[in-house]
Design a protein around this ligand. Structure first.
Ligand SMILES: [Zn+2]
Length: 179
């Protein structure tokens, strides 16, 4: 259901309700009401909110190989982040996912799922992906104390997302300096 929701929202946008969630439930002959009630109990108000705050890891906890939702494997994501950092520093960020989409398409990845997961982590455009997405908050680390550090860091970081305009400024300043 979550993947269906991610794809629909990334492709067609969303309204301020649970219509996409309900559409999926109807397609699978499930009663929407108890599911929507469960979601609302988690303080989630609409389809968009499900995408950002209601992924299965947020609702049901982490698994052995993920602390939070991300369709890419660790090596793939770190490659994408390196690619974006390099490209954005060369070309700047257009405040869209142009570069990320290109990369994902070349690898045959489902870009709407990956980008929806990125968005939920504060990666709202190409530059924000490498700026805001932390591998350590997605993929578990072996030692337990290290894991606690990561979770603590994640908690403290939560509201501290850098925004695109900030990054543009940073990039502009970087260019100035090289002149
Ligand atoms: Zn950007």
């Amino acid at each position: 259901m979550f993947e269906f929701l991610a794809k629909s929202i990334m492709q067609d946008g969303h309204e301020n309700n649970f219509s996409i969630t309900e559409r999926w439930l109807a397609q699978h002959a499930l009663e929407p009401r108890p599911v929507v009630e469960f979601i609302q109990k988690q303080n989630i108000d609409n389809d968009w909110d499900v995408l950002i705050n209601g992924d299965p890891y947020s609702l049901f906890g982490e698994t052995d190989d993920r602390l939070s939702w991300m369709p890419l494997e660790k090596a793939e994501l770190s490659e994408l982040i390196e690619y974006l950092e390099y490209e954005v520093n060369q070309k700047g960020c257009k405040h869209d996912y142009g570069l990320a989409r290109q990369w994902l398409k070349k690898r045959g990845k489902d870009s709407s799922l990956v980008l929806a997961a990125s968005m939920a982590k504060g990666g709202g455009c190409d530059c924000e992906i490498f700026y805001n997405i932390e591998l350590d908050s997605i993929y578990p680390v072996k030692s337990k104390s290290a894991l606690q550090d990561v979770l603590l860091k994640k908690k403290n970081k939560k509201k501290d997302y850098k925004t695109h305009s900030f990054n543009s400024l940073r990039i502009t300043v970087g260019i100035e300096q090289t002149k």
